[in-house]
Design a protein around this ligand. Sequence first.
Ligand SMILES: [Zn+2]
Length: 380
Amino acid sequence: MNRILTFLLAAVVALCPSGLFASERDARPFVVVIDPGHGGKDYGAIGKVTNEKTINLDVALRIKKMLKDYSGIEVVLTRSTDTFLSLQQRADIANAAQGNLFVSVHVNSVDRRSKNRLTVKGASVYTLGLHRSNANFEVAKRENSVMELEPDFSTTYQGFDPNSTESYIIFELSQNKHLTQSINFAQMAQGELVKTAGRADRGVLQAGFWVLLASAMPAALVELDFICNPTSEQFLHSVKGKEKMARALTDAIVKYAEAHPGTMPVSKNMVVDDASDSADSEDAEPDDASVATEQEAKAAKGVVTYRVQIMACDRRLPDNSPEFKGLKNVDSYRQGGFYKYTVGGDFASEEAAESYARKSVRGKFPKAFIIKWRDGQRID
Ligand SMILES: [Zn+2]
């Protein structure tokens, strides 16, 4: 009996290599193109101790290293050194690699004149679309303006003017057949940046980024946090912070790749030391807590933002009150003799606030609704 089994097993084992060989010949891994924004003469946003191009590259290199732990995923970086690349060159690299996913990594900032420059904070992930708020337009304008550093930019970008609102109409007119998948990834990335890297949640947004338009694959642009906020800059600059943000994006890429693999399955290599993983997630907790207590982000003068209101109460509750059922970034305002409470901070668009309310709030507060906010008060 044993000899028959051994014989059968031997036959199966002998068959496997040729079978594998045939499928491996055209097996294709999931290809993720990671694009560290800016580089070389283009510094991106500038902070007090560091700058955007340096953070973007560092985080991208860490993601590449972390993804080595997975088979079935291949990483292509648009740049792996401090070099200048045009937006078109970045898209060309992505398209030549026939990527399954394009992730552009950036750091956010607001104008020097903005009142909230020192307190604005949080991560947001953008997919392609026409901006629905001024704040989103400003982010797209800043990220697109790098094209002005090229000598012949209006020819290369066919007359696109990063500073003109009309130019952005192309983002509404252009067909985007990858939008559903792009949003799918963007939600995973945003979720991980909040959960794993402890960033405040500014939501999944849409705006017209040239680099996303030109890449023919599902694509998202990540704004990790604000370099103009000293506390956030400290996190963006620290090794621990960069490691957490890279882990967050790595986990999102793996999750997405598992759902949309190439012709090779995605799996974690066996050699990985799990102890380091669990240490990482434990580390995430202190930052989560600090985010909850330091919610001070106020929008710039005249800018309309959106908040998620959960309840009204006749007395003032402490920020950590159990009444808030563990929700973070609690703010309050007074109206008609009541203290009214909002959670999650300021959102740039009604859609972002609504998506946050749906995902994170209405499970606990089914009647939560969106309010419009400007210059420190409710305006609707
Ligand atoms: Zn940038």
